[in-house]
Structures are given as C-alpha cells and as structure tokens.
Ligand binder design. Structure first.
Ligand code: NDP
Ligand code: MG
Length: 393
C-alpha cells in the first residue's frame, strides 16, 4: 500500500489524480490533501478519501474546513500555510507526492518532497523552471525518484529506454521533440489577438485544465516552460529540444535517435494516462482513459511553430540560453502578466510585452541558492506590476 500526498488536490490535476487513486484502493491510500481556498471541494474530498491531514492557504480557510469536517464527523487534522505544505510533502508516512500546485507557490513543498527522498510526481513545472539545477541536485542527493506528469515529459520519459541518468549523447539521442497543440489561437489573425477574452483564451481545443496553464497554452508560454523543464529533466541542451506543432494532441512527444529512429508515445488527451503511468511506474495500471482508436482519427498534422505569433516561446528559449536566474524571472513575470490578463487589466498581446520588459529591466544572476531564486522571483513580480500599472487598459 502506497501512501500519497496530493499538493493541489482541488485543481484539475489533483482531481484527475484522485480519480485514478479511487480505481485502485488496494494499492493506494491518501495521506494528505491540500487546497488554497476551495474549502468545500476539499471537505468533500476529505469525506471520500479520509486523509490523515489537510492543508489550506489561510487561518480563516482552516477554520472553515475544520468546522465542515467536524460536522461530517471526520478527524482529519487541519493545518494551513507553506510550512504545513512542506510537512505533508516530507512526512515519514508518505511514499509519493503529487506536486500539482500551480505556479511558484508550489516550489517550497515540491522541493521539500524532493529533499525528503520521496517519489515526486511533478506536474508543477514552474517549480522546476525556477530552481532547475538546485532542484535536480536535491533529487540526486536524497535519492528521490522524479517522475514527470506533464504529458510531453511523461511521453519523453516513456520513449527513453534508459530513462534518466545518461547524458543524451551517450544514449544516442539526437533530439527531443516536444509536441504542442498550438492552443486556441493557432490560426486566428494575429492582429485580432489583443481583443481576445480570458474565456476564449481558456477554451483549449483538446485539454481541460486550470486557468493559468490554459492561458499559457494560448500564448505558448506553456511550451516555453516545458522546453526548460525538458532541459532539466533529460539533460538536453536548448539546441537539442525542438517544438513541433501537432494540433490533434495525440502524439504527446517524441525522441529521435542518431540511427534515424523516432519513438513516440500516443494516447487520448487525458491527464489520467501520465498520472497512472507515474503512480505505478515501472508497472502499469488502468487509468479510466479509453483506448486510442487510430482508425477513427482523421489524420495527424505537424508544422513548425511561428515565433512571431508566439513571442513567449522565443522568450523562454532566450531565458534557457541565458541560464542562472533568467528562467525564474521569466516565470514570475509570466505569472503576474497572466493574472493581470485574467483580471482584464491588460490585453492578451501585452502578456509577452510584460515578460520582455522584465527580462530586460531586471538583471539576472547565478541561481546559487533557493534564496537567490526567490529574491529574483520577488524582483520580477515588482517590475511586472509596475510595468502593468503604467500600461493597463
Ligand atoms: P488548477 O488551477 O486547476 O489547480 C491548482 C491547485 O493549486 C488547486 O488545488 C489550488 O487550490 C492550488 N493552489 C492555487 N494557488 C495556490 C497557492 N498560492 N498556494 C497553495 N496552493 C495553491 O491547476 P492545474 O491542475 O491545471 O495545474 C497544476 C499544475 O500542473 C500547474 O503547474 C500546471 O502547469 C501543471 N500541469 C497541468 C496540466 C493540466 O492538464 N491541468 C497539464 C500539465 C501540467 P484552490 O482550488 O483552493 O484554488
Ligand atoms: Mg504539457
């Protein structure tokens, strides 16, 4: 029996994870769940999965959750705040941690799980983008097992017979091919993009996801963050990572080898497949996802990304090449800009301008410690907010 903590249980990935766990009660039990403010959803999850501990974002939310749980006669211990998140991620009772908090808020608890040598199922790509080498060093030092949930990276992992631990050259890898759907605005006239609404941006053609990653998919910053994520997970330099637009989202990514072989992982676009893969690895378990019916597919298309339509993708490659804390700056500026877009304070095309401004205005340095990374994150947020205040609609 494996005991699982889910950080971000009420989110899109959290809910899909609980769906997979519920199919295998003989294999998994839930040790702890966390949410930020959706207390009623978390209370319902506690009632169904009976965790020992539950963590929320504030004292008020904890009080509300405690009252709801007592009314249901549950004895789940309720806590709040970052330290409590780190505690449920690193507790001795935990075998595996699903890191599914969105954004930089997930860094500390995800890192705590890695430092404690847990099996870390990584959905929270922002944590790895921010802290890159520091995070990978923590995994190495503690002997943690890091498994990617992001569908592309999970696909690449499945296409690397040697898994991690070998330099890409030694494994004969020529290129890592990250597929991208291109999001909802792949073919929309570029000059009309500034008029799009948050609802239009969040309406992804193939995937149902949280709002932040949905906007990231529309700008293709999501793919940019994934390029940086692939760099750290698989040790591939920027030049070895190629983005391929594939609107059907059936091939989740590929690895091409020096002998001309290309390995791909295919499946219906449903996050329960990579979640089940990572949970059970190296075994396989049912996920509830329907088998792919290739005969019902019209055809698979591929094209090169247009970096002018998607400037965020270019900014991410620049940040990866710049190294140090540049990816942390990129990530923080993006988080602030996306929130401003969702709040309708800036237009869609201003997202990349905010990020470009922050990358220019805030000097980046060496990512020598988590404190240095967090200081850059804070500086980038201030610069982004100031820029937005001066350029708001
Ligand atoms: P959601 O917005 O659906 O869920 C986010 C979760 O994090 C919720 O449980 C939320 O709690 C919690 N949360 C939000 N803010 C904070 C905070 N400041 N502190 C602590 N917890 C917080 O996001 P997704 O599930 O879509 O994405 C989660 C992560 O997985 C992201 O990093 C994303 O990039 C990645 N990912 C997601 C995919 C998807 O298909 N959705 C695919 C690949 C990667 P509450 O509900 O209370 O607000
Ligand atoms: Mg992805």
């Amino acid at each position: 029996m494996q005991r699982i903590t889910i950080l971000g249980a009420t989110g899109s990935i959290g809910v899909s994870t609980l769906d997979v766990l519920a199919r295998h009660p003989e294999r998994y039990s839930v040790y702890a769940l966390s949410a930020h403010s959706r207390v009623e959803e978390l209370a319902a999850q506690c009632e169904r999965f009976r965790p020992a501990r539950a963590v929320v974002g504030s004292a008020a939310a904890a009080e509300q959750l405690g009252a709801l749980l007592r009314a249901k006669g549950l004895r789940t211990e309720v806590e709040y705040g970052e330290q409590a998140l780190c505690a449920i991620a690193s507790a001795a009772e935990v075998d595996a941690v699903m890191a599914a908090i969105v954004g930089a808020a997930g860094l500390a608890p995800t890192l705590a799980a890695a430092r404690a040598g847990k099996k870390v199922l990584l959905a929270n790509k922002e944590a790895l983008v921010m802290s890159g080498q520091l995070f990978m060093d923590a995994v190495q030092d503690s002997g943690a097992v890091l498994l990617p949930i992001d569908s592309e990276h999970n696909a690449i992992f499945q296409c690397l017979p040697h898994g991690y631990g070998r330099a890409p050259e030694a494994a004969g890898v020529a290129k890592v091919l990250l597929t991208a759907s291109g999001g909802p605005f792949l073919t929309r006239a570029v000059e009309t993009l500034d008029a799009v609404t948050p609802e239009q941006a969040c309406k992804h053609p193939n995937w149902v996801m949280g709002r932040k990653i949905s906007v990231d998919s529309a700008t293709m910053m999501n793919k940019g963050l994934e390029v940086i994520e692939a760099h750290w997970l698989f040790g591939a330099p920027a030049d070895q990572i190629e983005v391929v637009i594939h609107p059907q989202s059936v091939i989740h990514s590929m690895v091409s080898y020096v002998d001309g072989s290309v390995l791909a992982q295919l499946g219906n676009p449903d996050m329960r497949t990579p979640i089940a893969h990572a949970l059970a690895w190296p075994e396989r378990i049912a996920s509830g996802v329907e088998q792919l019916d290739l005969t019902r597919m019209g055809g698979l298309q591929f094209e090169r990304p247009d970096f002018e339509r998607f400037p965020c993708l270019a900014l991410a490659f620049d940040a990866l090449r710049a190294g140090g804390t540049a990816p942390a700056l990129l990530n923080a500026a993006n988080e602030v800009a996306v929130q401003a877009f969702l709040d309708q304070r800036i237009g869609f095309r201003q997202i990349d301008r905010v990020i470009a401004h922050v990358m220019d205005a805030v000097p980046h340095g060496a990512a020598s410690s988590i404190a240095a990374v967090m200081a850059q994150d804070a500086a980038a947020r201030v610069a982004a907010q100031t820029y937005i205040a001066g350029h708001a609609k």
